[in-house]
Design a protein around this ligand. Structure first.
Ligand code: HEM
Length: 523
């Protein structure tokens, strides 16, 4: 768990040395010698309002007329097979989620071969499930991730770890990267990356005949997101936004792209039984090859930093690699897709773009560079990110494996059932969001303290103790980048781009390249 020495160093770089030493000691002791909850006297439940109780089988017995799973509606196995394998349902998971929730209601079951999945498609039921979580919720079956790590002698990181191992890591990490004030310390570093993003926009648009268009903006935002996460996690620059990208960074980008582009095959990597691998070797080989590339890169960058704090590290470098590899993996495409959609929505709604520009200039004054502290005074910038994630939730659905017997929506769900939380369909439910198809960043502005617009209808970072640990990092990167882009440019849709639809490819991403024009504002 010495990764935490590194992260501690990164996050506390601006505090005194003594404090750093104390922190390092604290973390090492906590992670190596005792359970995190003992050491810190906290339970991970502090991250969200997690009630003690779960809906237990005892509670179940008090309620009459509880329906069984057999009685739950849902598509037939055959129609599911046709939908996914014949009609390429894997790239339309979000649409199928909508169709099924309209047809079967708030809760329904589907079978994928031997796997039964219960989909939960109503805000209140999603809330029920997440509020009932125990101390170490499980998202999905991570066997293929674990198998790769065992084979190569790597540890599990935060995404792939479960139970006590996960709880220990999470309890420490959340203190380092979940508190807004700790992440705010990186404002200046992230702003340097934003400077490079703006320069890059200027370079790229000169390469097009109209002198304004940046082709496939996601490519640019991918590099920005990677540089932004790395400046916080590795405390070093990778050169993603330079003209000549260093070879090791290019290799890493290649490995990430392979992981992403082979999403379907890597899904099969987990699904194909081991004994069939000699017959169908490709999914497993590609899966291992991308992870090899990702781990190699983390190793290089962690080693650079580790040598500086080696004396303080007791053991556990492997966990540093595993955690930073998984965090970088989780932090790049998610942020870049959201930035791409946000810019696209701004371009398609010039009057809203103008309103946000007015808010930014009135609040900051002309030409000022925003910091994390300014963001609370820019509610439309925050609303822009929330509204983008409502319309294009990067994770259109999330998973949980129930840790106890539950009753949800009147049905008995036995322990160990795979649940799918249908965030995409709840985001478009009129009951949760009036005029739900329309882009309205202002819907997120609170009129007064009773006017709560945040609800379980849109929880793009998840909720509770297993929610996204990178939320604050992602928000900082997105708020600072979008504020500056709006200050500098009129963002317009290029004539090369017509309506861009979304598709599911592991994450919800643009089905076609988004090409945008960035025209200088006169300021
Ligand atoms: C727009 C940006 C992002 C979105 C929408 C997003 C969304 C999510 C969601 C929905 C989850 C699952 C939560 C759950 O199961 O309840 C998750 C988990 C996670 N995310 Fe993010 N994420 C983003 C950016 C980031 C960044 C920048 C990082 C790292 C710096 C990151 C690191 C992680 C990790 C490590 C987990 C697993 C946490 C655990 O299992 O304990 N994410 N994210």
């Amino acid at each position: 768990m010495a990764m935490l020495n590194h992260l501690t160093t990164a996050c506390w770089k601006k505090v005194q040395n003594d404090r750093l030493k104390k922190q390092l000691f604290f973390i090492c002791r906590a992670l190596h010698k005792s359970a995190a909850s003992d050491a810190f006297g906290i339970s991970a439940a502090g991250e969200g309002a997690m009630p003690e109780s779960v809906i237990s089988s005892a509670a179940v017995s008090e309620k009459p007329r509880i329906l069984s799973l057999e009685e739950m509606p849902g598509p037939s196995t055959l129609s599911n097979l046709v939908e996914f394998f014949w009609r390429d349902g894997f790239s339309r998971i979000h649409e199928i989620q909508m169709e099924h929730s309209k047809k079967f209601g708030k809760i329904f079951k589907s079978r994928f071969g031997p796997q039964l999945v219960v989909s939960v498609a109503h805000r209140d039921l999603v809330a029920e499930v997440l509020r009932a979580e125990g101390v170490a919720p499980q998202r999905a079956n991570m066997e293929s991730w674990k198998e790769y790590r065992d084979m190569r002698g790597h540890s599990t990181g935060l995404i792939s770890a479960e139970g006590e191992d996960w709880l220990k890591m999470r309890s420490v990490l959340r203190q380092l990267v979940m508190r807004p004030r700790d992440v705010a310390l990186f404002s200046d570093d992230v702003n340097e990356v934003v400077d490079d993003l703006i320069n890059r926009v200027r370079i790229l648009r000169t390469q097009e005949s109209d002198g304004a268009t940046v082709l496939n903006v996601n490519d640019l935002f991918f590099k920005y997101a990677m540089e932004g996460v790395a400046v916080i996690l590795y405390e070093s620059r990778l050169g993603c936004l330079e003209n000549e990208i260093p070879q090791e960074t290019q290799d890493y980008i290649g490995a990430l792209h392979l992981m992403f582009s082979s999403f379907k095959t890597t899904m099969y990597a987990g699904a194909i039984p081991k004994w069939l691998r000699p017959v169908f070797p490709k999914p497993w080989d590609e899966f291992c090859c991308s992870w090899d590339g990702l781990f190699k890169f983390s190793q290089i960058h962690v080693d650079k930093r580790l040598s500086e704090i080696k004396a303080k590290v007791e053991r556990g470098e492997e966990e540093i690699y595993a955690n930073l590899t998984e965090m970088l993996l989780a932090g790049v495409d998610t942020t870049s897709f959201t930035l791409s959609w946000a810019s696209y929505l701004l371009a398609r709604h010039p009057h809203i773009q103008q309103q946000i520009y007015t808010e930014v200039t009135n609040t900051l004054g002309p030409g000022a560079v925003a910091t994390a502290d300014d963001v609370s005074r820019l509610p439309l910038i925050r609303g822009l990110v929330k509204e983008t994630l409502r319309l294009f939730p990067v994770l259109p659905g999330n998973g949980r494996i129930t840790q106890d017997d539950l009753v949800v929506g009147g049905y008995f769900i036995p322990k160990g059932t795979q649940l799918a939380l249908c965030h995409y369909s709840t985001s478009f439910d009129e009951e949760n969001f009036h005029d739900s198809l329309n882009f309205q960043p202002s819907r997120w502005i609170r009129k007064d303290s009773t006017d709560r617009v945040d609800n379980f209808g849109s929880i793009p970072f998840g909720y509770g103790i297993r929610s996204c640990i990178g939320k604050r990092i992602a928000e900082l990167e997105m708020h600072l980048a979008l504020t500056r882009l709006i200050q500098k440019f009129h963002i317009c849709v290029s004539p090369l781009t017509s309506e861009v639809k979304s598709k599911t490819h592991g994450l919800l991403c643009p089905a076609d390249p988004i090409n945008l024009q960035f025209i200088d504002r006169e300021n």
